[in-house]
Design a protein around this ligand. Structure first.
Ligand code: GLA
Length: 416
């Protein structure tokens, strides 16, 4: 089998590993024997729908996280982060408590939690310990799923060390559990699924209930997907995310008995099962906040399916309108935007050549996504870079995303 081409981030991880491991372990040669990598993602549409068992439409991007390293004889993991210029160490023998020595280094928690999930699934490699270097170019905290990329890269690295080759969706679920444990947020499956299943030039239409998926070509002629990172740290993100999820569950608990009694045989297990017509007929069962939350999920699911059809038909204008409507719904009904995200979206919408724009990811900071004519990209970059700091009081970062991210592994680098 031809090996996956080695992306430059993966090459860098191998180089960084050789340098830092030689220094740390006082060994003359410290070549990595295994490497795994995984991409970040954008989400075209379908926001805050995954944990309500709805639909999402993410795409893996050309920004990656990679782990390069090798097996060790001691039951410890030693992991170096090139971004943080720091090592973290944690035991792998299961004896230490989980809130162990990596407490002050959140990035290491994701590696540790993923390894633990692999071990629980019986899919960890047959090694006592390992050392590895992490290198990545997915912006941290930018809403592009750097943590999901780190988890999936850890799982790929484990596979390169001889771990089981699980189905991609099994890896995604395991990494979702690692994220939930590592960040104490009850995230859905979208980010990890996008990172595991990303296919170049395609978006992934995922049914978060059945976990069935379909690929849709997402490189539209003459158009580009642009991201602007507001550089607002998502300080509220974890607590408010859990609140939103609880609100969705509360709305279902209040609606289900009535809806199920009304139509024998009908099952209402998640907001996925609640339509706008249900809300029109029985909205009085919910308070104003829960009604708005439920309306967001019902309309966003509909928008996601319509966007998938528009994408298949190459109907960029409709897609753009759906992006705009998604932002309004996330801002007004789901209340997960913030002034800086709104400002960036407004500037993008006021720039000729932008077909649609919306906040992306969990919210309360992070990035916006814009669908823009390729010949208007420079103008959009210039306006966001000039106007956003004046209005938001901080700098942001603009970049175009190529949809060509793909997870991969390489063993025995020297022989590949
Ligand atoms: C975060 C979570 C995802 C998803 C989005 C919102 O990125 O990790 O599971 O819920 O927020 O769509």
């Amino acid at each position: 089998m031809t090996p996956d081409p080695l992306p430059s981030v993966a090459e860098r991880a191998a180089r960084v590993y050789a340098e830092v491991a030689a220094a740390r372990f006082h060994q003359p040669t410290s070549a990595a024997s295994a490497i795994g990598w995984a991409p970040g993602r954008i989400n075209l549409i379908g926001e805050h729908t995954d944990y309500s068992e709805g639909f999402v439409l993410p795409a893996a991007i050309d920004r990656l996280v990679a782990l390069a390293g090798r097996a060790e004889d001691e039951p410890f993991a030693s992991v170096y982060s090139a971004h943080h210029l720091a090592w973290a160490h944690f035991p792998l023998d299961g004896s230490a408590d989980d809130a162990g020595s990596d407490d002050t280094q959140p990035w290491a928690r994701y590696v540790r939690a993923t390894w633990r999930e692999l071990a629980l699934a019986g899919a960890a490699p047959p090694v006592r310990g390992f050392s590895a270097a992490i290198v990545g170019d997915v912006p941290l905290g930018g809403g592009l799923s750097s943590s999901a990329a780190l988890e999936v890269a850890t799982a790929m690295f484990a596979r390169a060390l001889g771990g089981d080759a699980l189905e991609p969706m099994a890896v995604a679920r395991l990494c979702q559990r690692a994220e939930q444990a590592g960040a104490s947020v009850r995230v859905g499956i979208m980010d990890q699924a996008a990172s595991c299943l990303g296919k170049p030039q395609h978006a992934l239409l995922l049914d978060c209930r059945s976990l069935e998926y379909d690929y849709i070509a997402a490189d539209l002629p003459g158009l580009a997907w642009a991201v602007f990172d507001t550089r607002v740290p998502h300080t509220l993100a974890a607590s408010e995310y859990n609140v939103r999820r609880a609100q969705c569950e509360a709305a279902v608990a209040r609606l289900a008995p009535t809806l199920e009694a009304e139509t024998p045989g009908r099952s209402v297990a998640a907001l996925r099962d609640v339509t706008l017509a249900d809300l029109a007929a029985h909205g009085d069962l919910l308070d104003a906040t829960l009604l708005r939350r439920a309306r967001h999920v019902a309309t966003e699911d509909e928008r996601t399916l319509r966007a998938s059809r528009a994408l298949r038909q190459g109907d960029a204008a409709t897609l753009g309108h759906l992006l705009d409507a998604s932002h309004r719904s996330l801002r007004d009904d789901f209340a997960v935007s913030c002034p800086e995200l709104d400002t960036a979206v407004e500037i993008a919408r006021a720039t000729p050549g932008t077909l649609g724009a919306r906040m992306m990811g969990g919210g309360f900071g992070g990035s916006i996504l814009a669908l823009v004519r390729r010949d208007a990209l420079d103008q959009l970059a210039a306006r966001l870079t000039a106007e956003y700091p004046l209005r938001a009081g901080r700098d942001g970062e603009f970049f175009e995303c190529a949809l060509d991210g793909k997870a991969g592994v390489r063993k025995a680098l020297n022989s590949a």
